[in-house]
Design a protein around this ligand. Structure first.
Ligand code: FES
Ligand code: FES
Length: 154
């Protein structure tokens, strides 16, 4: 398939890339923009390792083709949250609660939790579990992840 130019808004910055229209957004983020925080896990939309926020909604970037991304959409990756010296409250809570093992799922978990708390600042435990349910952690850090999110309730 012939390459085409696409305009992207990622982490508040404008980018122009030339890629094939059926290229998954995940690989454009990782290979073209060098934003490697979003991870490749399953590649078929199941595990959540590739989660990014698109207009504030957690989405699986491994199954989103570039031809379906519009230039007006605001994409946020883990690199668009806090910096190492200025972490967001969600990032700090994950550290404080040891809410990870290897860290592979963590960017997707933190972005999903960030979206949950933006939409519902005071979620019940059941709502937290439901919101995080489709993000898989092979290290089994689920209980600590739930505790980290619960600690942020208003
Ligand atoms: S890598 Fe996208 S959902 Fe698993
Ligand atoms: S921390 Fe290792 S996969 Fe979740």
């Amino acid at each position: 398939m012939a390459k085409q130019e696409f305009n992207l808004n990622v982490n508040g910055k404008a980018y122009k890339v030339k890629v094939e229209p059926d290229e998954p957004l995940l690989w454009v983020l990782r290979d073209d923009l060098k934003l490697t925080g979003s991870k490749f896990g399953c590649g078929v939309g199941i595990c959540g390792a590739c989660t990014v926020l698109i207009d504030g909604v957690p989405r699986r970037s491994c199954v989103i083709k570039m031809e379906n991304v519009s230039p007006g959409q605001k994409i946020v990756t883990i690199e668009g949250l806090g910096s190492p010296k200025n972490l967001t409250a969600v990032q700090q809570a994950f550290i404080d609660h040891n809410a990870f093992g290897c860290g592979f799922c963590t960017p997707g978990m933190i972005l999903t939790a960030t979206a949950l708390l933006a939409q519902n600042p005071n979620p019940t435990r059941e709502e937290i579990v439901a919101a995080m349910d489709n993000n898989l952690c092979r290290c089994g850090s689920y209980l600590n992840i739930i505790e980290a999110i619960q600690s942020l309730k208003i």
